[in-house]
Design a protein around this ligand. Structure first.
Ligand SMILES: [Zn+2]
Length: 364
């Protein structure tokens, strides 16, 4: 993940320990999971425990940019028998730290599917001193305006319905009322605007989302280009018929000068991991044991992970993560300019993961 060194208070690759924090690119995405899973394997070996199944540690690269390279696709397509397993634990979860206590343990059981596309506007090129009504930059701008304000349809699935039902039981009254409203179609309509403005992550969890991220147009300040394009980071709800969705997007844009060009996806569609497995139960039990009074929520990640490839192969995969405060999640989280993780949260996360894995692999 890119680093703008000038934005860091410390060396972004120095693993600097300061003010009770570990600072560095990747502390929360995803070196914390790498270290935690490795430590769990090493501790299991050192403990001499008798296992009743294999414990496989896989460290691979490419998750951020190109899982089709030497990453998860390589392992799944060419070495699956070496990693085939009943369960997988990896990134994609989190825990909420409030006043030193863990109040929520969020377990990633499913995720939205990246379905990126380019919007390409075409028109007649020419001299910049002669305005044209088919100017592709203007058409693209108008299309993005419509896309940017389009409220795509809201849908709940088994995971997100359970998530909001439980979240409502532990949230302050105003928030709880909004989460409960999502569970009924009429009430849900009322809260969409508020969520889009104030809780964008929740808003994204409810729908297939479209986020324009990159623009490409123009060769010179005095030249009308014949083409202009934008990249859309579309994240589809599991089960979304993406061709139908592109069709709806075309209807919203309503401009024949705009073409929607899908970008080949690097993530397969995959079923959600089940909530009735030995592993999910172990995560719930350990959470209750280690974090008294906490609530365990199955969650759909708006981002993607290598679990997509594992789930598509039938491996029940669960996303875990260390405990972070609301401030750290918002300011110092994954892909933020600066990343940091409480030292104490890393140690507790190792203990948490060790306890879960022990429940599953150590012979009873
Ligand atoms: Zn990431």
């Amino acid at each position: 993940m890119a680093v703008q060194t000038e934005k860091w208070p410390v060396d972004p690759f120095g693993a600097v320990m300061k003010d009770g924090y570990i600072w560095g690119r990747g502390t929360i995405d995803d070196k914390d999971k790498l270290v935690t899973m490795l430590m769990t394997l090493v501790l299991m070996k050192r403990s001499g425990a008798v296992l009743d199944r294999d414990l496989i540690f896989l460290a691979e690269s490419g998750e951020e940019a190109d899982p089709t390279g030497v990453g998860i696709n390589f392992m799944v397509n060419q070495h699956f028998d070496e990693i085939d397993a009943e369960f997988a634990l990896t990134e994609g979860g989190t825990a909420k730290l409030e006043n030193g206590r863990v109040t929520v343990v969020q377990v990633g059981t499913t995720e939205k599917v990246p379905r990126r596309a380019r919007l390409v506007a075409t028109g007649t090129s020419g001299h910049g001193s002669v305005p044209r009504i088919d100017n592709p930059v203007v058409h693209l701008g108008a299309a993005l305006g419509k896309i940017g304000t389009w409220e795509t349809p809201m849908h709940l699935n088994e995971t997100t319905r359970t998530y909001f039902e439980r979240l409502a039981t532990i949230s302050p009254p105003d928030k709880a009322a909004r989460y409960r409203a999502l569970l009924d179609p009429q009430g849900a309509k009322q809260v969409q605007r508020y969520l889009a403005e104030n809780e964008p992550a929740v808003y994204s969890t409810l729908r297939t989302s479209i986020v324009p991220t990159m623009l490409k147009a123009g060769v010179g300040p005095n030249v009308i280009p014949s083409e202009a394009e934008a990249t859309l980071d579309i994240r589809a709800l599991p089960g979304e018929d993406i061709d139908e969705f592109y069709g709806e997007m075309k209807r919203v844009i309503a401009d024949p000068a705009i073409k929607i060009v899908p970008i080949p996806s690097t993530r397969p569609e995959a079923p959600a991991s089940r909530l009735d497995t030995e592993m999910y139960r172990a995560i719930e039990q350990v959470s209750k044991r280690m974090y008294a009074g906490s609530v365990v929520l199955p969650a759909m990640s708006t981002g993607a992970s290598d679990m997509a490839q594992l789930r598509a192969k039938g491996i029940q995969s669960y996303g875990l993560g260390p405990a972070v405060t609301e401030e750290d999640r918002a300011q110092y989280g994954a892909h933020s300019d600066v990343e940091r993780l409480l030292e104490s949260s890393l140690y507790r996360f190792v203990e948490f993961t060790w306890n879960i894995v022990s429940e599953i692999v150590i012979k009873k």
